[in-house]
Ligand binder design. Structure first.
Ligand code: UD1
Length: 426
């Protein structure tokens, strides 16, 4: 089992390239199921999650050519040999569930395991299922599997989501591209990854309008064609490095950063006293803090364009070193404060009350062994470790490898003292 050893207290100086967005890549990969022509995705992040989805697609009969280390992934779903996504594969990664709609749209039927619970809350899929049912799919849940059929194809529907859901919006969009007639999605999620998916689908011949607004319209097509499409840059990775630089201090420029997608974080960083210069045209984001104190900042996570839940843990690590008290509210997921007790092991003063964490800033964090619990929580421990005095050991970093490409290499290039070691936990 790998772990990271971090010796904190060194300011970061240099440039970091931003990788392709994991959350976007996963849905773009699924889109290949909608066509019998080749789909080539460029700027693909090499991550445990994306490699894992490639394996599931192979099980379904997709030809995948994605050499190790390459950022171009070739997918060809000319012929599907299975429409069953097994529990073992969906349980490990929730985004796999999104193959259900495209499989039904393309083949008329599919059997996909329910994802089950996960570390950050119950995360049901009721909205996904409601959307597919509205499009005419006949659904049955048996022994933990969703069996879906639409022998005469899916049909366009008017769907008004009761809760904003990224996954359900994307799932409905994917399925609707091959439905008969028009689908209207109301109260749709507005995340940049939704716009990325819409653009990719349109490059495949779909007619999706309104992505990025709460109302999305999709005119169904008989068939879609292949495409070559670049995955958008990862706003969560970029935001994470921005907070690493803010916490450790120094002067870091992120190259290929999706500046416009990071508005909520940029304004909160400025409120905390960090100097942030974004250049949208050049896709660069420069973060500076040279000796000035951090100020407490309160926030509440919200669907886009609000503050992203995927950056909440990292922000908590940052304000644990600020002057004053910050209140962090998590409104998207229950049980997403598992990083709080681990940050406390480094000396942070955090009290969790339900969906709220009260963070009283301390002058200094001190290195300690800690445990990664989920993807974003683990990287918050890396940020805290970079700012702490002494050595921090982050155990169980397989969570990190799910979503961060070459993390220690990218931070190391900016002077961070961070090494990966294998073997027994510390
Ligand atoms: C996606 C992201 C994840 C991010 C989240 C919120 C991917 C692979 N993952 O997850 O990193 O944290 O968006 O920005 O893109 N809900 C229901 N019923 C449903 C679906 C969702 O009640 O059928 C609830 C969830 O439990 C949660 C809320 O809606 O409380 C938002 O979840 P959702 O936006 O669907 O998150 P994901 O798509 O799973």
């Amino acid at each position: 089992m790998d772990r990271l050893h971090i010796t904190g207290g060194t300011p970061l100086h240099g440039r970091i390239p931003v990788s392709g967005a994991k959350n976007s890549a996963l849905k773009l990969m699924v889109a290949c199921l909608l066509t019998d022509q080749p789909v080539e995705l460029t700027n693909m992040p090499n991550l445990a999650d994306t490699r894992f989805l490639a394996q599931l697609l192979e099980t379904l009969g997709v030809e995948v050519y994605w050499p190790k280390g390459s950022s171009t992934c070739h997918l060809n779903a000319a012929e599907l040999k299975s429409t069953i996504a097994p529990y073992e594969q969906v349980r490990k990664m929730r985004a796999s569930f999104n193959v259900l709609g495209p499989l039904v749209a393309r083949s008329g039927h599919a059997t996909v395991s329910l994802p089950g619970g996960c570390a950050i809350g119950a995360r049901p899929v009721d909205l996904h299922l409601q959307a597919l049912e509205a499009m005419g799919a006949d659904l049955r849940v048996e022994q933990g599997y969703v069996k879906a059929a639409a022998i005469h194809g899916l049909k366009g529907a008017h769907i008004n989501f009761s809760t904003v859901s990224v996954g359900a919006t994307e799932h409905a969009m994917l399925a609707a591209t091959l439905a008969k007639g028009e689908t209207i999605l109301e109260n749709a999620a507005r995340e940049p990854e939704i716009e990325d998916l819409a653009q990719c689908l349109n490059s495949m011949g779909a007619q999706v309008t309104g992505a990025g607004t709460p109302v999305i319209r999709i005119k169904g097509a008989e068939a879609l064609k292949g495409t070559v499409y670049p995955v958008m840059p990862d706003r969560i990775e970029a935001g994470t490095f921005a907070m690493a630089a803010a916490a450790a201090g120094g002067d870091v420029t992120l190259d290929g950063a999706p500046v416009a997608a990071l508005g909520a974080l940029i304004s909160k960083l400025r409120e905390a006293g960090v100097t942030v210069d974004g250049d949208e045209a050049a896709s660069t984001l420069r973060i500076r803090r040279n000796g000035s104190a951090l100020k407490a900042v309160s926030l509440s996570t919200q669907p886009h364009p609000g503050f992203p839940t995927d950056l909440q843990a990292q922000f908590m690590a940052l304000v644990s070193l600020a002057e004053g008290t910050s209140i962090i509210r998590e409104t998207i997921f229950e049980n997403r404060f598992m990083h709080a007790p681990e940050l406390s092991r480094l000396g942070a003063d955090i009290t969790v009350r339900g969906q709220e964490a009260v963070v009283k800033g301390v002058k200094q964090l001190t290195g300690a062994p800690v445990m990664a619990t989920d993807l974003r929580a683990s990287v918050s421990l890396v940020i805290a470790g970079l700012a702490a005095e002494g050595e921090t050991v982050v155990n169980r970093i397989y969570h990190l490898d799910r979503g961060f490409e070459r993390l220690e290499e990218k931070l190391g290039a900016c002077g961070a003292k961070i090494v990966r070691r294998s073997g027994e936990e510390e």
